[in-house]
Design a protein around this ligand. Structure first.
Ligand code: FAD
Ligand code: OAA
Length: 323
């Protein structure tokens, strides 16, 4: 979408995808804006990605579009059993009203001794994806269902390929650094739960959304299994009830599983593929792991910038472009 918003109007854009909402990893995500750290990316870059994403979604949450786009503010706590090495995370001045929890607040969490209180944003993922798709169409983007087996099959039709295949990039471009971290979550009806609660160990979380509360979670490295596991469902439910006992009365439990496209860093780079004298310009933007929603707009901006560089290179070259 960001590419469509910024590239010259002489270029046309086609979106090809094997699956669309509600059948993507992004549909499974809790959609909370709390960054996960990518060890291979400098913190100031990650901070910039998060800031741009937060600013973009904050503006949507503050507009008439908010309910259709499924974007809302949510306040709550991240709690810890032990003192933190760094009490103030790099994103503390981007979320709203960050502060350390008071002793009175911590009484709610008898197993935890430290905590952070803040307000952040949450995406209701399927509605947000539908809203983005609507805006793509409004920007003239063609959308087709198609599985791409090899980037070269696109060479005769397109000048630039942007690879946003998530975990699919492992097969599409043979990236062995990309691996799945399986996540199972529950969606429950518990409209009285208004505040988010996240255990700082990253395993247990309770995220109230517009239509349901998301209960998590699991992190199973290298597991490709998309079937829900009933034992895991019970374990997640028990862990969440121990943080928020009122969830024992939650109803209508649905289970979802997704594969986080994990890597030490997001692959955000240009690549020029060559085959028998032919060249194909590729911009990669995949490997967002556990934090794709938190940084999506920032990484999209960087990808769009790289596409701009590819367009400039094509304009400068003598080959006849298919723009
Ligand atoms: C349980 C769980 C909870 C999460 N919670 C959060 C959260 O609270 N906050 C947060 O920031 N992040 C969260 N995440 C992470 C987030 O979901 C991911 O980082 C993000 O969804 C990745 O988006 P993506 O667009 O790269 O991948 P996807 O959503 O998987 O999209 C990739 C698309 O590419 C298509 N595709 C793949 N291969 C091909 C091919 N060969 N040909 C054609 N099309 C192809 C797919 O069909 C799909 O449409 C969570 C993830 C999980 C699993
Ligand atoms: O860790 C969280 O708070 C939610 C999340 O991003 C995930 O499960 O990947």
């Amino acid at each position: 979408l960001h590419i469509a918003e910024v590239i010259p109007s002489c270029c046309s854009i086609t979106l090809l995808s094997e699956q669309f909402s509600p059948n993507t990893t992004s549909d499974v995500a809790a959609g909370m804006l709390i960054p996960h750290t990518y060890p291979g990316t400098p913190i100031h870059v990650q901070k910039q990605w998060f800031k741009e994403t937060f600013t973009y979604l904050f503006a949507i949450s503050n507009s008439a579009e908010a309910s259709e786009a499924g974007i809302h503010l949510v306040s709550g706590w991240q709690v810890f059993k032990n003192p933190l090495e760094a009490e103030v995370p790099f994103w503390s001045d981007i979320v709203l009203g960050f502060r350390l929890m008071s002793a009175a607040e911590l009484q709610k969490f008898p197993q935890h001794s430290h905590g952070q209180a803040f307000t952040t944003l949450k995406c209701e993922c399927p509605p947000y994806l539908m809203w983005l798709e609507k805006r793509l169409k409004a920007n003239g983007v063609q959308i087709h269902t198609r599985k791409v087996a090899d980037l070269w099959e696109l060479h005769s039709e397109y000048d630039i390929v942007v690879n946003c295949a998530g975990i699919g990039a492992r097969q599409l471009v043979g990236d062995q650094q990309l691996f799945p971290i399986r996540g199972q979550v529950l969606k429950v009806h518990a409209p009285w739960v208004k505040n988010f609660i996240r255990d700082g160990d990253g395993l247990t979380y309770i995220y109230p959304g517009i239509h349901s509360v998301t209960l998590g979670g699991t992190r199973e490295k290298e597991s490709w299994c998309l079937s829900p596991d009933p034992g895991t469902t019970r374990d997640i439910f028990d862990r969440c009830c121990s943080l928020e006992p009122s969830l024992q009365r939650a109803q209508d439990i649905r289970v979802k599983v997704g594969l986080r496209p994990s890597r030490s860093c997001v692959r955000l780079q240009k690549e020029v593929l060559s085959q028998g004298g032919a060249k194909l310009l590729v911009v990669h933007n995949y490997g967002h792991g556990a934090g794709g929603f938190s940084v999506h707009r920032g990484t999209a901006k960087e990808a769009a910038h790289l596409v701009g560089e590819c367009i400039a290179a094509l304009e400068g070259s003598s080959s006849k472009a298919k723009l």
